[in-house]
Design a protein around this ligand. Structure first.
Ligand SMILES: Cc1cc2nc3c(=O)[nH]c(=O)nc-3n(C[C@H](O)[C@H](O)[C@H](O)COP(=O)(O)OP(=O)(O)OC[C@H]3O[C@@H](n4cnc5c(N)ncnc54)[C@H](O)[C@@H]3O)c2cc1C
Length: 418
């Protein structure tokens, strides 16, 4: 059976759902085609950064305040970086306020800079918001196996149906069928990280302000092991490593994670009374390390399907949502001006570069520097003793200039004298 819409969005993750919500008020007929059924799990660290909050604040009125008031989540106020020699430094997030006063202006929702919220809850929240628009149909249990474009018509096929439209958004994650069907993309193992995560109950020794904890252990560099506190004495625990290293060193991620939890001299102590909930699960993270085709005639790729994961931090949710927001703007312009050609749509790539990829150029260099255990030990040890460096690191997440500073060798030379 053929079903006709204006816009097809493949994948109901943060990227696809954000694009749909931002297009909701246009009245265009939108189909969100999703292989799973909500609520569904997504393998993730579950950490929502300030970028996620910013995108949600620009969604239709009431969505952000509803998230803050009603969704079960743990507020997070900063990051603890632990270096290979187990020195650590606490980096609180900067509380960014529109008026720079440090106070919440009247009418603005009071919120923490970041949260840890299970993806089954968070994605279901966005899904529910999407369902409030009559012109959006979310079709679950629909696996798209092939996409094609012919004579200005986009076609997506599932086992039982064919869906057509004028524009298609590929928000179908790292194994994107849209990307495979419409571009010549090939995975580069140096540009993919493999992550494995598990849920635990009762991990001890967490930070009093729920800082998320990143442990840059020697065998994982430039990847890391993490412990993120969640509501109900639960913890998201996992590790991420470059795929090229996993393949080259024949690493079994489950064994590597188990070894840290059960035998690492300091970390295993914290898991003495902990209990595993469910099982270990792994999934790739496509790092934004190269220029790729992200749009073309009648199509745009979003989120993981466009490799928009930060190469150093592994953050992908905020970038996925930001790409959904930008894509929605471009799609509106396509319909207003009746232009669906690659040339017109390429403004998407330019905006993604300015909003996301430009910042990655610093993450890329920091990721390369982070391969050295001794440099990591040195920076963290200095930072843990020096308030000035701590304040500098505090601004990393909000100030691009600080990231730039960290990529300059003179910064590290300067630390010798601090
Ligand atoms: C172990 C791990 C830990 C991570 N931790 C964090 C973290 O703490 N914070 C953070 O910001 N990021 C984290 N990330 C990255 C983050 O999970 C992704 O960047 C983010 O989910 C990307 O969102 P998306 O909407 O692009 O894709 P996804 O969330 O992957 O959504 C894609 C959707 O498309 C659907 N789909 C796929 N194929 C098809 C098909 N053929 N037909 C129909 N539907 C389809 C899927 O079911 C899914 O619902 C982590 C990733 C991993 C693997």
């Amino acid at each position: 059976m053929v079903k006709t819409f204006d816009i097809l969005i493949i994948g109901a993750g943060p990227a696809g759902l954000t694009a749909a919500i931002k297009l909701g008020e246009t009245g265009l007929r939108i189909a969100v085609l999703e292989k799973d059924v909500f609520p569904r799990e997504k393998i993730c660290g579950d950490a929502l950064s300030g970028k996620v909050m910013s995108v949600m604040k620009r969604m239709p009125e009431g969505i952000f305040s509803d998230f803050i008031a009603n969704i079960d989540k743990t507020p997070s106020l900063g990051i603890r970086f632990t270096s290979p020699d187990m020195s650590y430094v606490d980096v609180p997030y900067v509380m960014a306020r529109a008026d720079g006063s440090g106070k919440t202006p009247p009418g603005m929702v009071e919120h923490a800079p970041g949260y840890i919220c299970s993806r089954s809850r968070f994605d279901k929240f966005l899904y529910d918001k999407c369902r409030e628009f009559k012109n959006i149909s979310i079709l679950e249990n629909t696996i798209i196996s092939k996409v094609s474009i012919d004579n200005g018509i986009v076609t997506a096929e599932s086992v039982h149906n064919t869906y057509t439209g004028k524009m298609i958004l590929g928000a179908d994650g790292v194994h994107s069928v849209v990307r495979k069907s419409l571009t010549a993309y090939h995975e580069n193992k140096n540009h993919t990280c493999l992550g494995i995560r598990a849920y635990y109950e009762n991990v001890s020794g967490t930070h009093e302000k729920n800082f998320i904890e990143l442990f840059f252990l020697k065998d994982l560099l430039p990847g890391y092991f993490w412990i993120f506190p969640m509501p109900g004495n639960r913890f998201n625990v996992g590790l991420g490593m470059l795929k090229s290293q996993v393949v080259e060193r024949k690493i079994n991620l489950s064994k590597a994670l188990t070894k840290i939890i059960t035998s690492h001299p300091q970390i295993s102590e914290r898991f003495k009374d902990a209990k595993l909930i469910g099982k270990f699960e792994a999934h790739p993270l496509p790092l934004g390390l190269q220029d790729e085709v992200r749009s073309g005639n009648h199509f745009i790729l979003l989120g993981d399907a466009a490799s928009l994961v930060d190469p150093f931090s592994g953050e992908g949710i905020g970038n996925a949502m930001a790409s959904g927001e930008v894509a929605a703007d471009i799609v509106k312009a396509c319909f207003e001006q009746n232009r669906f050609d690659a040339d017109f749509i390429s403004q998407y790539d330019r905006r993604i570069y300015r909003r996301i990829m430009k910042d990655f150029s610093y993450s890329k260099i920091i990721q390369r520097l982070a391969r050295s255990a001794s440099l990591f030990n040195f920076v963290v040890r200095r930072a843990s003793r020096n308030k000035g460096i701590q304040e500098l690191l505090t601004s990393i997440s909000t100030d691009e200039r600080i990231k730039k500073k960290l990529t300059n060798p003179l910064f590290y030379l300067g630390l010798l004298f601090k």
